[in-house]
Write a protein that binds this ligand. Sequence first.
Ligand SMILES: [Zn+2]
Length: 87
Amino acid sequence: MATSKKPTPKKRAKSRDSSPSIWSGLYGPVEVRRIQPYQARKTYICPGCHQEIPAGMGHNVAVPHEAPDLRRHWHYTCWDREVKTHA
Ligand SMILES: [Zn+2]
């Protein structure tokens, strides 16, 4: 007659990835800086769409507070979409 504790139900594994990503606080708040076209001197790959951000195109750079080395350059629109995903 052990009624003191019920077995803890196992957490269901979600099919969607809901673990925190770099961009949803894994490494602290993310600082977003706007890069002006004249500041964009290199081609970057946007992690949102895996397309190039050509030199000379204004974009965002997202810098995790605790891991600034992991900063990434994003198209404005891709970053907006990423932010909304975690909102
Ligand atoms: Zn993109």
